[in-house]
Design a protein around this ligand. Structure first.
Ligand code: PLP
Length: 445
């Protein structure tokens, strides 16, 4: 019996063929299953009780670490008080409280909150809000969106149309809203830039070229991740986002920032748009909004956009025909409220900012390791490009598996590794993360 067969046999009481894993090579998983059965603090535990350091906050979600009792208690209480009501025609206190608590973190005036169930729903909702806004303003012809190569905006049809990742578009191209793409912001001359690269603001002028080609009167919004996360952490060059903002202002194009990964302290401030000092018209959020404890997303909208849509409807008319059964789910709202309270009480965002210097120092010390071809990082978010093997993506996938076996959970996208430690982690766990990573990288041929 091979080791793999023995391992699979060992997990037979857990595995079955019914569960279809998302974004996973399912056949390989069956042969070599990687399972978590428990989590606490910075660690996951496999069925054998082996501790695996969480180097990516679950999936950019568990900013406060795993198993927080305050969240479990808030969720438990809410389940016994009001387990569920939809928010169609009805409200509940948690929804109003969560919206208020969230607004307190957001830039002034960006404080009208539409709750959804995930990041993908937040993105598609933001696109619909942009269209509804322009219609309310009598600019109904504006229905083109501008996105970017290498962008990730979730997997619903709006997000897939925005996507700049070929594998995510393949099979689904040509369906969904009309989207045109700017170039991505990776430049060879910026390799190993720590923080924002100094060169590349000119790439924002792609938006001007698209305006010339398609006409500003046809463009609804420009959608960008402040830091393009899922593609391997592309930090915006100095001046790039500022230039996008100026161009959008000049042409009445909305600027939507997708902060599903960057939001809630990842960059050392509540939101990356604050770290980069840019005021978007709409921000999309999810993941760490509940510390990953329950599914939830949100769209934060400027008062002007909100009021334009609401005031376009009559007194007894639904102004915006959109929403989900789980929009403002009472239990998710309770989890969000408890999470946001901890962010504030423990000063989590500033603490993350303070840890960033050490994190980036350890991250950039990997320069010169075999296989490493570029490193990027900002706040507590890092990306490492690895030299590809025979097939694109194979190296990243194999390294990610080896890291798991060595006791570290990281995300790979293509041949890039992504690191996003728990925000309340300590120096010694940052060191441990990089010790494992260095050891594994040094053994790969
Ligand atoms: N937008 C961005 C920037 C993301 O990184 C993600 C997920 O990683 C999404 C949207 C989609 O979020 P979800 O997986 O919750 O639908």
């Amino acid at each position: 019996m091979t080791l793999v067969t023995m391992m699979t046999a060992h997990y037979q009481d857990i595995l079955n063929d019914n569960f279809w894993l998302p974004f996973t090579p399912n056949k390989d998983f069956r042969n070599d299953p990687k399972l978590f059965v428990r989590a606490e603090g910075d660690y996951y535990y496999d069925p054998d009780g082996r501790a695996i350091l969480d180097g990516v906050s679950g999936l950019f979600a568990s900013a406060l670490g795993h198993g927080r009792k305050e969240l479990a208690e808030a969720v438990h209480r809410q389940m016994l008080t009001l387990d569920f009501t939809a928010s169609f025609y009805r409200g509940h206190p948690g929804a109003f409280a969560a919206a208020k608590a969230l607004s307190a973190l957001l830039p002034p005036g960006l404080d009208r909150i539409f709750f959804v169930g995930s990041g993908s729903e937040a993105v598609d909702t933001a696109l619909k809000i942009a269209l509804a806004y322009h219609r309310a303003k009598g600019r109904g012809g504006r229905n083109i969106f501008v996105s970017r190569e290498r962008a990730y905006h979730g997997v619903n049809f709006g997000g897939v149309s925005l996507s700049g990742l070929p594998n995510n578009r393949r099979n689904f191209d040509g369906v969904g809203p009309r989207v045109v793409h700017m170039r991505h912001t990776w430049l060879a001359e910026n390799r190993y830039s720590r923080g924002q690269p100094g060169h590349g603001d000119f790439l924002a002028d792609d938006l001007l070229r698209l305006i010339t080609l398609h006409g500003a009167e046809n463009i609804a919004a420009c959608v960008v991740e402040p830091i393009a996360g899922s593609t391997g952490v592309l930090v915006p060059p100095v001046g790039y986002l500022e230039r996008l903002r100026q161009i959008c202002d000049r042409h009445d194009i909305l600027l939507i920032m997708d902060e599903v990964i960057c939001g809630f302290g990842r960059t050392g401030r509540a939101f990356a748009s604050q770290s980069f000092n840019i005021r978007p018209d709409i921000i999309t959020l999810a993941k760490a909004i509940t510390n990953g404890a329950l599914p939830m997303g949100a769209v934060a909208v400027s008062r002007d956009i909100h009021d334009s849509i609401i005031n376009a409807g009559g007194e007894r008319e639904i102004e915006f025909f959109h929403g989900y059964t789980w929009s403002a789910h009472p239990v998710a709202c309770a989890a969000a409220l408890a999470t946001l309270a901890i962010y504030q009480e423990e000063n989590v965002f500033a603490a993350a900012g303070a840890l960033s210097g050490h994190f980036l120092q350890r991250l950039f010390a990997l320069q010169g390791q075999p296989l490493v071809t570029d490193i990027r990082g900002y706040g507590l978010l890092g990306g490492i490009d690895l030299a590809p093997a025979a097939n694109a993506g194979q190296r990243g996938y194999e390294v990610q598996k080896k890291l798991f076996d060595a006791g570290l959970h990281l995300k790979s996208t293509g041949d890039a590794l992504i690191i996003a430690p728990i925000l309340v982690t300590g120096l010694e766990r940052i060191d441990r993360l990089f010790e494992i990573l260095t050891r594994v990288l040094s053994t790969i041929k």
